[in-house]
Structures are given as C-alpha cells and as structure tokens.
Write a protein that binds this ligand. Structure first.
Ligand code: SAJ
Length: 406
C-alpha cells in the first residue's frame, strides 16, 4: 500500500493515477475540510480529466484520511514555499511530513519526496531530522526524491506521458520506486542520485524562466522603438536553431516564478543571469500597469474605474491564482493609490479582489478599456464582444484592428 501525504495540485492527481492503475493507495492530508470534500466524492480543484480520474480511483478503492498510515512506501507532496526576502526554500512542511511518517513507519520503509526542493535541501534539512531521531538512512528508512513535472491544465496527460527523474541513495531502492511509477507512467524514468534529481527539477524551471525573460526583454526593447515583437519572434523562430518563447504580462504559478529564486538564494554571486531574468519577469506587471496609464492618456481617459483586467489566474484555462501577474498588478496599483481597476475571470467563482465581476457581459458593460491578462478560451471565443473598446492585448491573441500590445 502507498500512503500519499499531501493531496494538493500534485499529490491528489498522483494518488488518483496510482489507484486507478491497480496500486492500493491511501491519501493523507492534515486539512480535514479537504479530506471531507474528497470523501464526499468531490474533487478540490478544476483540471482537465481530473473528475474522470477521481471516479476511476474511487472505484478502484482509494481512501482519504487525515491519519498517516503504517506502510512501507510514502509519497510526500506537500508545499515548499519560499521566503520572498531571503529567496530561500522553506522546507518546513516537508520536514514536518517526514517527522510524522517516522512516528508510524516500519523499519526499512521508503519516503519518496515529490515536493520541489532546492538543491541540497534533503541533505541539509531532511537527513539531519531523520538521523536526530536515531534512524539510520538506508537501513531504518530509505530516502528518494522524485520531483514532479506535470503542467497545470494538462496534468492528467502529462502524468501518464512525461519522462520522470528518480533520485535515490541506493540504486535498488531507486529501481523499486521506478517500478511503482511505471504502474502508470509511460515515459522514460531515469534513476540517479538525490542531489542530481533536486538540481534537474529546479534547472528545468529556470531554463523556462530565463527564456520567458528573454522574450519579455525583447518586448520592452521593441516597445521602446515601436517595433512588432511578435513578428520579429515569428521570423527569428524560422531559424532552425532559434526558439524564442512569447512575452506576456508576467510569470505566475508555483514553479517557474519561484524555483529559480532557490538558485539565486543559494548562489547569489554566481546566478547572475537567473537573478536578472527573475527581476525582468517580476517587473512585467508594473510594465503593463504603465502601459495602461500610457494608453489611457493616449485615448483621453482619466477614470481608472473604466479599465478592466480580463483574467485573474496565472495562465489560461486553469483556476490557479498562485503568483498570478494580475494579482501582482493589483497589488502594485494599490501601492500607487490608484485602486479602482475592474477585474473578471470565468474560473474564479469566489470574490477574491475588489471590483470583481462574475459575468463577462456585465464586466464588459462596466468598462471601455479591456486588458487581456490571461488568454482563457472564453475570451478567444468572444472576441467580437471587444469591438468598440480600447484593448491592451498582453498575449497577442486578439487580431482586432487598433489593439494595443505590451
Ligand atoms: N509564460 C509566458 N511566456 C511563455 C510561456 C509561459 O509568459 O512563452 C508564462 C505563463 O503565462 C505563466 C508562466 O509563464 O504565467 C508559467 O506557465 P507555464 O505554462 O509555462 O508553466 P507552469 O508553471 O504551469 O508549469 C511548469 C512546467 N515547467 C516547465 O515547463 C519547465 C511544468 O513542467 C512543471 O512541472 C511545473 O512548472 C512545476 O510544477 O514545476
């Protein structure tokens, strides 16, 4: 039996996937409300294919509880927040979960840490905690790091098809865990050591952050001299060895906007390009806010309350708002005492910010300047409703004449 600890964005789909592929799984989360929701037969967030996967897992016998189980394999997928000031990862939830596992696990059990951690975290924070309790790693307890790679919006498909990395102290233990993931994973699974596994995960997300920053910097350069960044990127990408990403209003999510800071925090004098890239991405919501003021001026607009931000999530077609550029922009606007922007997102049903709308038509009726912050399918399918409005299209999806870009 596998005990999956932490039933959030990663733990839940992983637990469901294993259960629906014939593995006996019990999911544990200390959040009773979340466990009650799952036990009532409901999923806790929206994700393509998740409800169907949930049904299959429930049929296969998955159970949810707040209690840690006595078993030989644990998968820990709890959050690893980072400290905004020190830029370092806070491993407190991982450490707490490992401590709780140690209270119940039998000798020789394996703890698989799926949570993203900065390189060296397991060495620095997890091993000492285990050893302090008199456990001998490799005898009483085995440690494995199996970082996840799935992308919100396409999690179910990617869980099945992505290649994976498994880091273990001991090859045989790594191979055993590889076999477990092979129950559902059709991708290639590489077994390596823990430190390498930690590093690859952070490096993957850093690669993407640096490349997005490059696109964002190009957008700024092109804006300065009124060049079309999208056309330039399109032509450059026809070169066989060039593949530039797309500029946008900023980078959100819990990974690409966070993980690269771990490297900056740990190697401040070495991670220069990464540091600068992260600052570039983090500066994009402010850049958009300035564009809004510029465009208002150009159109003789003075009332910020007639401006509406379309999209609150960190990217299209998900209901996840973590580190979202829209939230960053709103925070910045409040700092500038210019509160009043209207906001709407079809994926966010609860009221989370001031002046939030829950109906596209009502939102559009309330504003005459729309800023497309997120390219949800909904807005792509309703472009004609933007006719006659001033539009700042941060994703170049609009195609209407006279539209502004970042
Ligand atoms: N973005 C741009 N321009 C682009 C691409 C993305 O501005 O050309 C922005 C998006 O709008 C979004 C952010 O970047 O705000 C990140 O979005 P994403 O869809 O690229 O990635 P995430 O954060 O949803 O998922 C990432 C993935 N990592 C990589 O692609 C290296 C996923 O594989 C990871 O598993 C996930 O982070 C994670 O959990 O680490």
């Amino acid at each position: 039996m596998i005990n999956v600890i932490g039933l959030g964005y990663i733990g839940l789909p992983t637990a469901l996937m294993m259960a629906s592929h014939g593995v006996e799984v019990i999911g544990t989360d200390y959040n009773k409300e979340l466990v009650d929701t799952l036990n009532a037969g409901k999923t806790t967030f929206k994700e393509k294919g998740l409800d169907e996967l949930f049904d299959a897992a429930v049929k296969a016998g998955i159970r949810f509880t707040t209690e840690y189980q006595v078993t030989d394999t644990y998968i820990v997928s709890v959050p690893t927040p980072y400290d905004k000031f020190s830029k370092k990862v806070d491993a407190c939830y991982v450490v707490a979960a490992v401590k709780d596992v140690m209270k119940v696990c039998p000798k020789g059990a394996t703890i698989v840490i799926e949570s993203t951690v900065s390189p060296g975290t397991i060495e620095k924070y997890v091993r000492p905690v285990i050893e302090a309790d008199g456990f001998k790693i490799g005898e009483d307890l085995n440690l494995v790091h199996a970082p996840e790679r799935i992308i919100p919006g396409n999690m179910v498909y990617e869980l099945l098809h992505n290649n994976r990395t498994i880091g273990a102290d001991d090859r045989a233990v790594g191979e055993k865990i590889k076999e477990l993931y092979s129950s559902f994973c059709e991708g290639e699974i590489v077994v390596t050591d823990i430190r390498t596994a930690e590093m690859t995960k952070v490096v993957e997300n850093t690669f993407r952050a640096v490349n997005i920053a490059f696109a964002n910097e190009l957008a700024k350069i092109c804006r300065h001299d009124n060049m079309d960044v999208y056309e330039i990127i399109r032509i450059c990408n026809m070169h066989p060895r060039v593949n530039i990403l797309q500029p946008g209003p900023g980078v959100g999510g819990h990974c690409i906007s966070v993980d690269p800071w771990f490297l900056v925090g740990d190697y401040p004098s070495l991670a220069k390009v990464i540091d600068e890239s992260m600052r570039t991405n983090d500066g994009m919501p402010d850049f958009v806010l300035n564009r809004i003021y510029e465009i208002m001026k150009e159109n003789g607009m003075t009332d910020i309350a007639r401006v509406g931000l379309y999209g609150l999530t960190y990217k299209e077609n998900v209901d996840d708002m973590r580190e979202s550029p829209t939230l960053q922009l709103l925070e910045s606007q409040q700092r500038h005492l210019a509160a009043g922007l209207k906001v709407y997102d079809p994926f966010i049903e609860k009221d989370v910010v001031a002046n939030q709308y829950h109906d596209l038509d009502e939102f559009l009726a309330a504003v005459n300047f729309v800023v497309i912050m997120v390219k949800h399918n909904e807005i792509r399918e309703n472009m004609e409703k933007l006719a006659g409005k001033v539009v700042l299209d941060c994703h170049n999806i609009c195609g209407l004449p006279g539209v502004y870009h970042i």
